[in-house]
Every structure is written in structure tokens, then in C-alpha cells.
Design a protein around this ligand. Sequence first.
Ligand code: PNS
Length: 165
Amino acid sequence: MSATAKRIGIFPGSFDPLHNGHLDLIERSHRLFDEMIVALLANASKQPLFAVEERVEMLEQVLARFGNCRVETFSGLLVDFARSRDASTIVRGLRSGSDLDYELPMTLMNRRMEPSVETIFLLPSADTLHLSSSLIKEVFKLKGDAVGAVPDQIRQQLIDKLRGA
Ligand code: PNS
């Protein structure tokens, strides 16, 4: 990378939906880069609750306050997407040892395919360590309210979607 090249980071995920743990990690990592791409995997095999367009809109609304972040969708390999955007770094969060078990083979495989793209791991804040999109969906589906787990506008969308508008 030349001294003047922009540092571009990618924060990938399914974001079904974005929660405050993701937000904490984006808040921590966006300052490390000139540009940060929040990259939504568009062709995941699992059946999402929110359509790709809904998730993009949610992300764009919530991330508007980060001047150097933009939202993009990708399909296929993450390293191909990173290459296509000249990104140097993939950012992932680690909440626990089981996250590491999941991330380690993926990271090493990504490195095997594209050694020039580095993956870095950040620890989320202690109060968001227990958050996951699947747990949050379960709670809202069963008429619970995970207060402070998601941004307000996403909380309302979860209620509308899971309990009928
Ligand atoms: O946070 P998530 O939802 O578990 O995100 C997983 C994600 C999108 C980072 C991962 O599934 C991914 O990178 N998928 C793209 C396909 C790919 O590159 N697969 C090979 C990984 S070695």
C-alpha cells in the first residue's frame, strides 16, 4: 500500500437485524480507516427475517452519523468483495471462545485465498457481549423486549414484523 492510499476496512455480516453489539464494533473500528464498508451478505443460505432491502435501509438509517461508513451488499466470497473494493482489512467481533472457534477457520481460509487482506478482531463492550441477532429475534417473537439491545427504529420494526403490524 502506498503512503497515500486510502485505508479501507470491511465489516461484514448478515445483520438480521443490526443490533447494538454490531453498532459498538462499528463505532470502535470506523476510526481506524479512511473508509469503512459495512457489507451485508445478500445470498446467505439461512432464511432471513428481514429482506436484504429492509436490512440495507436499517443500516443506512442507523449508520448515517458515521461520515466515513457506507453500506454495500455482496454475494460470493468475502475476499473477492474485499479485493474488488481495494480493502486492506476485514473487521470481526469476538464475544466468546465459541466465536473464535467459528472465526478461526474462516479467517485462515480467507488468508489462504487472499494473503494481502488482514482480518482483525475487536472485543465489544461488556454490556453488548451477550447480544446476537438470533437471541434478540427470539425474545421479540415471544413478546419480550430486549431493552437497549437494538436501535429504537429497529426495535419497532422487530415488533411490527414478529407480532404483526
Ligand atoms: O456475522 P455473520 O452473519 O455470521 O457473518 C458471516 C459472514 C458474512 C462474515 C460470512 O458468512 C462470510 O464471509 N460469507 C461470505 C462467503 C465466504 O466468503 N465464505 C468463505 C469463508 S472462508
